[in-house]
Design a protein around this ligand. Structure first.
Ligand code: HEC
Length: 225
């Protein structure tokens, strides 16, 4: 009985060896016997396989100047001119309300407060000497660029600073999404002592009032005519 079992074992090993040997051919590039070849040889074009395209790859080079999905280019360069232009051109695209300001505060607390301080006075918890000169947002003295005080920074200046950083402050563009950057900008404005929810500076209120007066007078003219 024992002997018979041994024979079976020897026969099984022999059979398996025969199957394995038969799977190998003389051609080193041949995959041998394939079980259900359709499973591995799909008719679809596969990545990284040379199908004799001119640049010999199925992973095509993106055309020049193409922009990857989900990325929004920022048109202002990291120069003083770019900073000034951003300050002139950019305005908060969000529909601001109490909720967005509250979210701005949470984001500010995570990303900025350790250097700039909870109240934006430059008294964050980081005490390393290289961050020793964090200015207060409400400061009236001119900052290092643009000869403008921190309290005078417009929303575009603040946004630009979040994008590129400045000296000891690193860029935050890859850390914070666009909408969240604008929420932070609005919150920083409150720390400057402004009210971003009112959304009109004194100048524009005056201009608006003049425009409205002009419109009123034309209206009255129309009615009297
Ligand atoms: C690692 C510390 C650090 C962090 C984090 C940081 N800042 Fe700053 N920030 C600084 C320092 C230092 C300066 C002053 C740079 C200078 O004038 O050389 C500065 C300057 C600024 C200025 C003035 C720029 C100008 O035009 O003069 C603004 C606005 C500002 N930060 C906003 C932010 C906001 C918003 C965040 C969060 C998203 C933030 N910072 C995060 C350190 C930091």
């Amino acid at each position: 009985m024992k002997l018979l079992k041994k024979y079976y074992q020897i026969a099984a090993v022999g059979l398996m060896t025969a199957v394995m040997i038969s799977a190998c051919g003389s051609d080193p590039n041949s995959p041998g016997v394939e079980y259900m070849p359709d499973m591995y040889r799909s008719p679809a074009i596969e990545a990284y396989v040379d199908y004799n395209y001119p640049d010999s790859s199925t992973v095509r080079q993106a055309p020049e100047n193409s922009i990857h999905r989900g990325y929004k280019p920022y048109a202002y360069p990291n120069t003083n001119e770019g900073y000034e232009m951003a300050g002139e051109d950019l305005s908060n695209p969000l529909d601001l309300n109490e909720k967005t300001l509250e979210e701005g505060k949470v984001l500010y607390t995570s990303f900025c407060a350790h250097c700039h301080g909870k109240k934006g006075k430059g008294e964050g918890s980081i005490t390393n000497a290289i961050y020793g000169a964090v200015p207060s947002y409400a400061d009236e003295t001119p900052n290092r660029r643009g000869n403008r005080s921190m309290s005078e920074l417009k929303e575009g200046h603040i946004y630009h600073t979040i994008m590129y950083g400045l000296n000891a402050m690193g860029p935050h563009s890859s850390l914070i999404r666009e909408n969240d950057r604008w929420k932070i900008v609005a919150y920083v404005q409150t720390l400057q002592g402004k009210d971003p929810l009112s959304n009109t500076s004194e100048e524009s209120t005056e201009e608006d009032a003049m425009a409205m007066n002009a419109a009123d007078s034309t209206n009255t003219n129309e009615i009297t005519e």
